[in-house]
Design a binder for this molecule. Structure first.
Ligand code: 4AD
Ligand code: MG
Length: 447
């Protein structure tokens, strides 16, 4: 019976012949017998394989070293040894691929995360990265499940666009070898699917995107990637308060999903990466987020008496250090900051009556700072057009976006969750390069 190790370890089919395949983590030899720890990627736990030397050819056994790939047919039994409860007594061994111990870089000792980043093609085979990428899959699944259960439609927005929805000038240009202007005008990789997502919401009522996005930000930080995945729900008839409720409920759902469905990977990360991980996840899943306007946040930061690297005064954009002070020192819980000055936020946000602030909301998390950015959108054609002109934007290029405010416009809101920032929080890792299989950052697209 062909079976994955995760399923085998949960089963009680003792005495049955099983067939498992995977990669050797360790091979321990004594005089007449060998013990192999086999991992097939389905779980952080290894399966112990017992090999009685007399049954097999010596030269073949020598090739079963750390990193090699093998298939085992054998009997699944309760283990006599103390450390593990079950094992497989090998009856038949097939060696698929050897891994020369002189060359294979993942030996038993612990490797630093920096070193593992240089061998991204092999780090996937370590316990830590196995746990992270299984969890990444589970979170992606939970995201689709959350929205599907609530009547949202998965909506696909283009990767190649001619607009800059965030207006931050961080575009990667798209060119071909044939022509500079293949599309008739300069094109770029999308920084966000929001503008097209809004069109989806103004037709299907509630949509979400889940796509790669690209930003040529020249910032080498623990929380920035040049290519990252974003989840962007957009909902017709939602105001800023509905939007905050959705963001909070969504994040709590995802954390609960991880706690309920990724037990062994989380336990591993809690033991080996961040001892406070489980407590942090439980706390955030079960406590209300703090909500406050930007002006109040600035007051708190100014009154803190702390020397920030970037000094605090009204009008500044909040940096990671400010965000983390609010979350980790002051409120000690996730925080949603609203009503930012319009100058530091994107053109599409709905303006408040004061003429100075916009209905923006950033969700700030411990260790990470901003995990979500969103807003209620300006639904009024005249106000939107005026704001675009104030910012000297090319209104012709976004004619289709403006038209959505001419025909059947409604209040609507949405936000973007950075998938890798969520993964940082869920796994307890501290560098965003370690929660995406093949990270892209300035001067680094090796794999
Ligand atoms: O705050 P941002 O720029 O918002 C938008 O793009 C809106 N269009 C979203 C919307 O309202 N639909 O980005 C949203 C989130 C951030 O809060 C952060 O989590 C993540 O995307 N993010 C990044 N993650 C990794 N690397 C980067 N360079 C990121 N830039 C933003
Ligand atoms: Mg933002």
């Amino acid at each position: 019976m062909k079976i994955r190790i995760v399923d085998l370890l949960k089963s009680d089919i003792y005495g049955i012949d099983v067939y498992v395949r995977g990669w050797v983590r360790t091979h321990r030899q004594s005089k007449n017998i060998s013990f192999i720890a086999l991992n097939d990627g389905s779980t952080v736990h290894n399966l112990q394989i017992v090999i009685e030397h007399v049954k097999f050819e010596k030269n073949m056994l020598k090739t079963i070293t750390t990193g090699s790939a093998i298939g085992i047919k054998g009997k699944f039994i309760r283990s006599a040894g103390g450390k593990q409860q079950v094992e497989v007594i090998a009856g038949d061994i097939e060696v698929y691929g050897i891994a020369d111990p002189q060359e294979y870089p993942l030996q038993k000792k612990e490797h630093s995360l920096e070193y593992l980043r240089e061998i991204a093609h092999l780090r996937l085979r370590t316990n830590t990265f196995g746990a992270i990428f299984r969890m990444r899959h589970n979170m992606a699944f939970a995201i689709h499940r959350y929205f599907n259960e609530r009547g949202f439609f998965y909506f696909n927005t283009p990767i190649i666009t001619i607009s800059d929805s965030e207006g931050a000038g961080e575009l990667f240009e798209v060119k071909t070898e044939l022509k500079d202007d293949f599309f008739g005008s300069p094109a770029n990789l999308t920084v966000s699917g929001q503008l097209e997502g809004e069109l989806g919401a103004l037709a299907l009522a509630a949509i979400y995107t889940f796509s790669p996005t690209f930003r040529a930000e020249n910032s080498n930080t623990f929380r920035h990637l040049s290519e990252f995945w974003m989840i962007e729900p957009e909902v017709a008839f939602n105001d800023i308060n509905d939007n905050m409720d959705l963001a909070e409920d969504f994040l709590k759902y995802l954390i609960r999903y991880a706690l309920e469905n990724c037990e062994s990977d989380l336990a591993f990360l809690n033991d080996n990466v961040d001892n406070g991980l489980m407590d942090k996840l439980h706390f955030v899943a079960n406590n209300e987020f703090m909500r406050l306007p930007y002006s109040k946040a600035i007051e708190i930061l100014q009154e803190s008496g702390r020397q920030f690297d970037y000094p605090v005064k009204p009008g500044i954009d909040l940096c990671a250090e400010h965000e983390r002070h609010l979350v980790e020192e002051y409120f000690r819980r996730p925080v949603i900051v609203t009503d930012y000055p319009k100058e530091i936020k994107a053109f599409y946000m709905k303006q408040n009556e004061d003429g100075k602030t916009v209905r923006a909301m950033d969700v700030l998390f411990p260790k990470i700072g901003e995990i979500i950015g969103g807003s209620e959108r300006e639904a009024d054609y005249t106000k939107l057009l005026q704001r675009m002109k104030e910012l000297n934007m090319n209104t012709e290029k976004l004619w289709w976006y403006l038209e959505s405010r001419k025909f059947g416009t409604v209040p609507h809101s949405g936000f973007g969750l950075g998938f890798e920032r969520l993964m940082l929080f869920i796994t307890g890792m501290t560098n965003i390069r370690d929660v995406i299989p093949f990270p892209r950052t300035p001067r680094n697209a090796n794999f």
